[in-house]
Design a binder for this molecule. Structure first.
Ligand code: GLU
Length: 476
């Protein structure tokens, strides 16, 4: 979405980057080297469909190769263009650096409305696109590893993985050429929910420090906080669901393509999602009030706003009307540089995209490592850990018997303690740890350095320093 008088998405990212490097002391020229996109490949290819040849335009942009492979999703949407993939690729560089996923940044896109094609057609289109990228090493386990993004998911990733494997029949690491695959095609448990889960962990960490909560003018914990979410796609759905079900937050607004739903009490996120699946939109959903002008609900009175759809939705036209004191950017680039300034001046706290939605690439990293190690997480140690836990339980049981009525193990303790961690538990624990540590690295700068006025600047500083250090270490 672009608004008159407002820079493009890529320019907006560059402006935010410039604000941060203005506070840094980088060697001459390094700033520009980091900021610019290294290369963007445009491909136009034909696919024979419905009796004629259809031409599609796709992109894969590589922003920074200070670490390889480079990483980032592939988006299917009509609005995909070079400026957008370059902005998204840049965000991937900063995101990976911030959460210490050892990748450079990349992003791809195909100009297509996937809803206009059936499954077989989408497979043909995806395989052809994957072929074009793979033959130029723009899909490759050690060079460039795509993942899902808007309009793509496990299904597309499985086609891409298979296409790559057909073209590289002796590559033992072929499965690591793409992440976000279904479990039976080399995926990892918890990848689908990962970005939404990461948003939840990010908010949990935010609410752990009263100074941060204070800065947003909020009080207490996540429990009972009124949330408006824009976009009930993969990211928005999981974030809203987990926050409501596990943290006691109230989902009081849901904005979708065809309008919005508002309610005084928390909505049932699964019921709304099922309604959308069945009816193609939120209109008519019986247990909430329908608002035709969905975007107006961004301005609703709430505690936390979660834009989880497109870029540029909070811009110069509506920034001053946003009432939420806390915004968490689950989407990439939902707040333009101009809107960011307005909101900053108002005191709105923004948890920035490059951190907030980094859960996806974090779990992608785990999947890539799993593929390269050719073994499921926990396979070697799980039973051994269980056996050691059993020793402790046996000793406690002896004590329990000996002490009689005076003491006994708490109910369920045995069961809980004995249960070894499976892949999903390990993925969640790795993701939680990653989100906490990355947040803490921003928080420290935010509270301790006067020039660091907001979390976005903190995020940029932490990540640019890491990218710069890696350039310094290896040379250009
Ligand atoms: N497309 C997601 C993002 O924007 C995931 C990227 C990945 O897993 O490589 O972060």
């Amino acid at each position: 979405m672009s608004v008159k008088n407002e820079p493009s998405f890529r320019e907006s990212v560059d402006l935010m980057f410039n604000r941060a490097v203005g506070l840094m002391d980088l060697p001459p020229g390094l700033e520009q080297k980091i900021r610019v996109c290294n290369a963007t490949y445009t491909v136009r290819f034909g696919v024979r469909l419905r009796g004629s040849i259809h031409t599609f335009t796709g992109y894969r942009s590589v922003h920074s190769e200070h670490m390889e492979p480079v990483k980032g999703g592939i988006r299917y949407a009509l609005g995909v263009n070079q400026d957008e993939v370059e902005a998204l690729a840049a965000l991937m560089t900063y995101k990976c650096a911030l959460v210490e996923a050892p990748f450079g940044g990349s992003k791809g896109g195909l100009c297509i409305d996937p809803r206009q094609y059936d499954e077989h057609e989408l497979e043909q289109i995806t395989r052809r696109f994957a072929y074009e990228l793979a033959k130029r090493d723009l899909i490759d386990p050690s060079q460039n590893v795509p993942a899902p993004d808007m309009g793509t998911g496990e299904r597309e990733m499985a086609w891409i993985a298979d296409q790559y494997a057909r073209m590289n029949t002796t590559d033992i690491n072929a499965r690591a050429c793409v992440t976000g695959k279904p479990l039976n095609a080399g995926g990892i448990s918890g990848r689908v929910e990962a970005t939404g889960r990461g948003v939840q962990y990010a908010l949990q960490e935010f609410f752990r420090d009263i100074r941060d909560v204070d800065k947003a003018g909020l009080k207490g914990k996540l429990d009972g906080k009124r949330i408006v979410v824009q976009g009930l796609g993969n990211v928005g759905y999981h974030a809203a669901k987990f926050l409501a079900e596990e943290d006691g937050a109230q989902i009081v607004g849901i904005i979708e393509r065809d309008g919005a739903l508002v309610s005084d009490t928390s909505m049932d996120v699964d019921a709304v999602r099922n309604w959308i699946m069945e009816h193609g939109g939120v209109k008519g959903y019986p247990d909430a009030t329908y608002v035709e002008n969905g975007a107006s609900v961004l301005e609703a009175d709430c505690d936390i706003l979660i834009p989880a759809a497109l870029e540029g939705v909070i811009n110069l036209t509506n920034a001053d009307k946003i009432k939420a004191p806390l915004i968490i950017e689950a989407a990439n680039g939902p707040v333009t540089a101009g809107a960011d300034e307005i909101l900053r001046n108002k005191g709105t706290v923004i948890i920035p995209d490059m951190y907030a939605n980094a859960g996806g690439v974090t779990v992608s990293y785990f999947e890539w490592v799993k593929n390269l190690s050719h073994i499921r997480f926990g396979r070697m140690q799980r039973r051994q850990e269980e056996a050691r836990h059993q020793l402790v339980i046996d000793e406690l049981q002896r004590l329990d018997d000996y002490l009689g009525d005076a003491w006994s193990m708490s109910p369920n303790f045995k069961q809980k303690y004995l249960k070894g961690a499976g892949e999903l538990e390990l993925v969640r624990s790795g993701l939680d740890d990653t989100m906490r540590i990355a947040y803490q690295s921003m928080r420290e700068r935010w509270h301790e350095e006067e020039k660091v006025t907001d979390l976005r600047i903190a995020a940029y500083l932490v990540s640019i320093e890491k990218v710069a250090a890696s350039y310094r270490a290896k040379g250009l």
